[in-house]
Write a protein that binds this ligand. Structure first.
Ligand code: M6R
Length: 590
């Protein structure tokens, strides 16, 4: 949450360059933004409410500058106002600071500093950091003041600080991501890699309780706990800058949906021996726990069915934020499988820390190589989906499902059968994602764009996909959508059905089909408009969306029409599909 970007180097348009970088990170937070640039021993700044994508070069008259920091905000403490937008400053504006995270003891810090005469102008937790550094600066160097302030703050943070009369950026981290891009005589800092990928693919990750001081010459890292310098090895990022661009598509969401024509195949490019080793770890573990949040959590739930049905293993599932209430069962022989696109989700990371503190091993299934989860896990499988920038997860979801399905097959000693099924599924998806298919779904979107509520039902793995469908429809269309196990309808939710309520049934060609069709009859008898997503048509459907029969991979194909439906409903309802209200791509706060 919150995008952070900074530049230090020979170019003299640092503020505009930072604004362009922030535009690439806008999916991390988009309610307000701000930039601070150092020029002529003073700090020039610009803060605005609204999306940074609306900014045009020249909207603010920045002085020439080679050092600037910026931030696009997802509000936590304090409303969406210019005063609460970052950067925040000390009293004489000689320090400017941007922050991603939450400072839990900010109220105490603020009260103490106010009693010492500091004047605050915002409601944010962030402003207390810059005042605290300013306070310590009276008796120590800038570096020492930052270190001291960091030691006094509780919570999660990634911060960047600049000072009016020093050509340097100081960055520090605990819990929230920061990556340093090392160019030719120039430096970038971003909360995600795509922000600076067009300039460099050479990076260093800042780990927890580390600080980096970047000047014109170098980036020097420090361990804040031992107060000693550390050396880091440069990491090369394999993504291309063009992968993080929209290309000819109007939105990232539709681009990423269409990329599913090949992302399953890429997800399958795994080392067989590694997959077998992980399957053995699952089989030998004293309890395996799948953990993820939001869509990744639904992928985990879907995988519990796959592990049971295909792999004949019982695996547990918890959403990241609930794991702390279930961790009593974790032992040193347990295994956690953490699923995440970003590898930075705070609730999932907290679950990982809890599991590791009990001696359990952690496998991460992630998209972003080098992310915190990647670095903190015992094993990692990368899903290789390429940058996913739309807030709504699409291609990462199906790639995660493919890797977990593969693992379920490996647990049953049938890895090759799993690969064949998933490669066949890939070619089915390739055929399915054609313009006529999208038109058919657009027709449905037209019909239901004005409804107030809709329900999605499924059985087995399709129950998990029904829950994921609800997330997709909620976040992009803002229509009230809920997913249910189809058999549960008659135990309560059926009371919600009235004339013309859309009910979407997700169906597999297996023994569950008959039950779900019966449940469709039950809602139809009460007036529902039944939409079937199924390999075969049925008289109960008022609208049928054909999907290929993908056998054990049916969950993967069944979510794709829902992604398209959510996208087109979003467009029809004049929503921004890439940046839905109140959300952000990477949820790095608890
Ligand atoms: O990066 P992660 O996969 O850990 O993110 C988890 C959720 O925040 C994420 O899946 C969220 O639910 C998506 N916006 C759903 O489309």
């Amino acid at each position: 949450m919150c995008g952070i970007f900074a530049y230090l180097g020979p170019k003299t348009n640092a503020p505009e360059l930072v604004i362009e970088g922030l535009k690439k990170l806008e999916y991390r937070g988009y309610d307000s933004w701000g930039v601070a640039a150092q020029a002529n021993n003073r700090i020039d700044s610009c803060k605005k409410v609204g999306k940074i994508s609306a900014y045009q070069v020249g909207d603010h008259n920045f002085a020439a500058s080679s050092l600037a920091i910026g931030h696009s905000r997802w509000a936590t403490h304090g409303g969406v106002t210019e005063a609460n937008a970052h950067p925040h400053f000390n009293a004489d504006h000689s320090l400017a600071l941007v922050h991603n995270g939450i400072i839990e003891n900010y109220a105490e810090i603020r009260a103490d500093l106010e009693s010492k005469g500091h004047k605050f102008v915002s409601q944010t937790d962030t402003e207390s950091i810059v005042h605290l550094i300013d306070f310590h600066l009276k008796s120590m160097s800038l570096e020492e003041a930052v270190k001291k302030a960091m030691s006094e703050m509780h919570g999660r943070y990634a911060i960047l600080l600049i000072k009016a009369d020093e050509q340097k950026i100081i960055a520090a981290r605990r819990g929230s991501p920061l990556i340093i891009g090392i160019g030719q005589g120039e430096f970038f800092v971003g909360s995600d890699i795509p922000a600076f990928l067009e300039y460099t693919n050479q990076v260093n990750y800042l780990d927890d309780d580390q600080m980096v001081i970047i000047d014109q010459e170098k980036a020097q890292f420090y361990d804040l706990k031992t107060n000693s310098p550390i050396e880091k090895r440069l990491i090369t990022i394999e993504w291309q800058a063009s992968q993080a661009e929209k290309g000819d598509y109007p939105h990232f969401m539709i681009k990423e949906i269409m990329e599913q024509k090949e992302t399953i195949r890429r997800a399958l490019e795994q080392d067989d021996q590694e997959i077998q080793k992980i399957a053995e770890a699952i089989k030998g573990a004293f309890g395996t726990y799948l953990v993820g949040c939001g869509t990744a959590g639904k992928v985990c739930l879907a995988a519990t069915y796959q592990f049971s049905h295909i792999g004949h293993r019982h695996v547990n599932f918890a959403v990241g934020s609930e794991f702390s209430s279930l961790q009593d069962f974790i032992k040193d022989r347990s295994l956690m499988i953490a699923v995440s696109q970003s590898g930075e989700t705070a609730d999932t990371l907290e679950a990982i820390h809890a599991a590791k503190s009990k001696g359990a091993k952690v496998l991460s299934i992630i998209n972003v190589k080098g992310s915190t989860m990647d670095r903190e896990s015992d094993f990692a499988l990368h899903i290789k989906a390429g940058p996913e920038k739309a807030v709504a997860s699409t291609k990462a979801t199906t790639a995660q499902m493919a890797v977990l399905t593969l693992l379920a097959y490996a647990c049953a000693g049938r890895l090759e059968a799993g690969k064949k099924l998933l490669l066949d599924t890939q070619s089915q998806i390739n055929d399915m994602l054609n313009p006529r298919y999208e038109d058919h779904i657009r027709t449905l979107a037209d019909q239901i764009a004005k409804v107030e509520s809709m329900y999605i039902i499924g059985k087995g793995v399709n129950y998990a996909i029904a829950l994921e469908s609800a997330i997709k429809l909620q976040e992009i269309s803002y229509i009230h959508a809920e997913g249910f196990a189809s058999g549960e309808l008659k135990h309560g939710p059926i009371a919600l059905i009235s004339q013309s309520t859309p009910v979407i049934a997700l169906i597999s060609n297996d023994q569950s089909r008959k039950d779900v069709l019966n449940n469709c009859q039950e809602v139809k008898a009460r007036g529902a408009y039944v939409i079937g997503i199924a390999p075969e048509n049925d008289a109960v459907f008022d609208f049928w969306i054909k999907v290929p029969d993908a056998g054990e991979a049916q969950g993967i194909v069944n979510i794709i029409p829902i992604q398209l439906l959510a996208y087109h409903l979003g467009l029809l309802r004049k929503n921004d599909p890439d940046m839905p209200r109140n959300l952000a791509k990477s949820v790095t706060v608890k």
